[in-house]
Design a protein around this ligand. Sequence first.
Ligand code: F6P
Length: 341
Amino acid sequence: MRVGILTGGGDAPGLNGVVESATKCLVQAGVEVVGIVDGFEGVYNKDTIALTIDKVDGIHQNAGTILGTSNKRGIGEDADEFVACFKELKLDGLIAAGGDGTFKALSDVSSRINIIGIPKTIDNDLSGTDITFGHYTACGLISRSISTLKHSADAHKRIMVLETMGRTAGWLALNGGLAGYADAILIPELDFDFQALVDSCKEKLAQGSRGLVLCVSEGVKFEGKKIIKQIVEDAPETERLGGISSVLAIALEKELGIEARNVILGHLQRSEPPEVFDKLLTLQLGASAAELVIKNKWNKALAYKNCTVMPVELNSFTGAPRLVDPKLELIKQARNLGIFI
Ligand code: F6P
């Protein structure tokens, strides 16, 4: 049997772990494994590399993906071309790790080729799975950044506004912001009242805080408007968000009469080496994908539910994004701690 592995969409810490784990299991079971370069592009361009145990040994420790990835070209109207190229590669099946864009694209060809899908995104916004790998590593960086910025905030008696990724979902700002004990956390799922935020900052400063660190998700709207940084033509998701932290810092400085600065964490959130949870999760995802291949059980995806990796339907992740439930216990607890949210 000859199987291809592909990583698609934005990179996430742990992609290399999936490649190492799946390759090691498959090669030891006698399966030939090839890596497809740069996501779907590698199928159209028939660009592959041989994956051997030697080639993948130890890559799980590194961020990025040795295969390259892309969040541009999908499949859609190119389904016939995609299937023809796939056949030319003489592959019996495909293991694809990706986000909602990758899964939507795969659904265009899932009746014509053998696929195993592995969900991935630092945003943690895929319905059908409890947690996606990369998320907790990104939250680790966010929480460390909040603690680090507190030093400069205190030194200068400033407000520092830290901006996270996450698109329409607030998981990164919520989990990273809580782990860092931010003074305020703003997420797209909860409309916020600017005057209430100002009052909360005033109160914290009056109580003796020298500086404050606020954590805001890129999808948060200000005065009803989301802040779009860029439009990427031809991408499954064309809008790139970014800039809310700058808008907020300017507005807060004006209202509070103390200096405010913003920091956009950006792609640093995707570039950290995976932390232990993500290493363990990707080991299990890669090994479970290999097991399905060896048992010839195709057109499945893998979900992580109740602390267990399990096979689910391939189309399990193409629904609406999984957003933060405003009634979450964690939000109540944050408020009890005095965090503005
Ligand atoms: O979906 C992952 C993500 O990192 C989002 O949080 C972010 O909005 C987007 O990708 C950024 O995409 P790009 O890599 O195209 O800038």
